[in-house]
Design a protein around this ligand. Structure first.
Ligand code: UD1
Length: 430
């Protein structure tokens, strides 16, 4: 199994190209099931989760082809992928496929809307809390679906004439449930109004793509989204928005290691709250024509408290990385996680590098230390694993991160992007 070896101490200087967002690409790919026409997505990142979803969509009958790589110094960082689901050959998403990635559960929305039925295994995914599916079930039932759970599967059936537009207010903000309800409602009879909807940029990106396919969605990016049902959707061409989590991760890597880096093909407005926290920690951040420049020269890292929240709050997907950064701050910081109940598995691994962190409920108290020392550590989930890389960049000596398949789920060419900027990071295959 591959491991990542980091020798800390080098500053980062150069340019890092930011990939298309994994969390936007996945729902966009799933939206292709809503039409018998071709949906072309540009800027699709090459990641294990994307490959897994390609297999899942293929199982439902999608014909998928890849071309048009974006080259940079001989490496391809993005792909254009065409999805055509002329006929849906199966409305079942089996356990073997869905258990590997939670987002694959989301096929339930398009399958139900287009075919009138779906049988989808209850999901798996990262081990960061229980992550139930009650909001999906309640929301689809509000659109008239009959839903039963049997033998680990959710069996959903639409009324004879199709799903029916309705008003549904989410009792809790959920990105995935907002994606699914929005997709399902595009082909429902009548108008659907979703209250307390997620406002994440990935929801806005999906709405934009669905509208290009002929849907009638408004209010995306606010907490009330209105979807007027249409009879059918057509194909479209859409560019996946930049990955704000990857952007924030590399910004924190530069803040940690020091240096001067341009994050290319991204937008500061996607992560204002996180960038503000990094600024308060002592880095200079400015916008350039093509992205963001981040500089930290000399000055140390200041302690900053953060609380994760749904967008536009501080993203839970950057919490572990920020904790990595705070391990080297000059004081005490508090990091509070409000989205997932079990998202502190990186704490004990960061402690192996010499970090001083104590947990009290949903808050971690991080006492900054003047030095971290490299050690063998284990990746526990996607975002936790990259926090170990960030800490490793500033640790003395060698940090060896095992179980890097977690990293490969969400970070495209991580070691190459960091190495090009002067970091000592390499993949070691056993
Ligand atoms: C998405 C992101 C993930 C990110 C998360 C929160 C993708 C592929 N994944 O995950 O990276 O960390 O948003 O920003 O886009 N919940 C329920 N019942 C439900 C559904 C969710 O209680 O039916 C809870 C979850 O357990 C969690 C909270 O709602 O506590 C938010 O989860 P949600 O926004 O749904 O996360 P995902 O869409 O799975």
């Amino acid at each position: 199994m591959d491991r990542i070896r980091i020798v800390g101490g080098n500053e980062l200087h150069g340019v890092i190209p930011i990939s298309g967002a994994k969390n936007a690409a996945l729902p966009l790919m799933i939206a292709s099931l809503l039409t018998d026409d071709t949906l072309t997505l540009e800027n699709v990142p090459h990641l294990a989760d994307v490959e897994q979803l390609i297999r899942i969509l293929g199982n439902h009958g999608a014909d998928i082809s890849v071309n048009g790589r974006r080259e940079r110094q001989g490496e391809s960082y993005a792909r254009t992928v065409h999805f055509t689901s002329r006929n849906i050959v199966s409305t079942t998403a089996p356990y073997e496929l869905v258990s590997k990635m939670r987002a694959s559960f989301w096929v339930i929305g398009p399958l139900l809307a287009r075919e009138g039925k779906a049988r989808v295994s209850l999901p798996g995914g990262c081990a960061i809390g229980t992550r139930p599916v009650d909001l999906f079930i309640e929301g689809l039932a509000a659109l008239g679906a009959n839903i039963e759970i049997d033998g680990g599967y959710v069996n959903a059936t639409a009324p004879a004439g199709g799903l029916i537009g309705a008003r549904y207010v989410f009792p809790k903000v959920s990105v995935g449930a907002t994606h699914v309800l929005m997709m399902a409602a595009t082909l429902a009879n009548g108008t659907t109004v979703l209250g307390n909807a997620a406002r994440e940029p990935e929801v806005v990106d999906l709405a934009k793509c669905l509208n290009a396919m002929g849907a009638k969605i408004s209010g995306q990016g606010t907490s009330t989204v209105t979807i007027e049902g249409v009879r059918s959707l057509s194909g479209a061409r859409h560019r996946v928005l930049p990955d704000r989590i990857e952007t924030g991760t590399y910004a924190m890597a530069v803040a940690m290691a020091g240096g001067d880096v341009i994050l290319e093909d991204t937008e500061a407005s996607l992560l204002d709250t996180a960038l503000e926290a990094i600024r308060r920690a002592g880095a200079e951040i400015s916008e350039t024509n093509s992205g963001i420049r981040i500089v930290r020269n000399g000055a140390g890292i200041k302690p900053v408290d953060i609380v994760t929240d749904p967008f536009p709050g501080f993203p839970t997907d950057l919490q572990a990385q920020f904790m990595g950064l705070m391990t080297r701050s000059s004081g005490v910081s508090h990091i509070t996680e409000t989205i997932f109940e079990n998202r502190f598995m990186h704490v004990q691994e960061l402690a192996r590098l010499g970090a001083k962190i104590s947990l009290s409920g949903q808050t971690a108290k991080v006492e900054g230390v003047s030095r971290l020392k490299g050690a063998p550590v284990m990746a526990t989930d996607l975002r936790a694993s990259v926090s170990l890389v960030i800490a490793g960049l500033a640790a003395e000596g060698e940090t060896m991160v095992s179980r890097v398949y977690h990293l490969d789920r969400g970070f495209e060419r991580l070691e190459e992007k960091l190495t090009r900027c002067g970091a000592h990071v390499e993949r070691v295959s056993d």
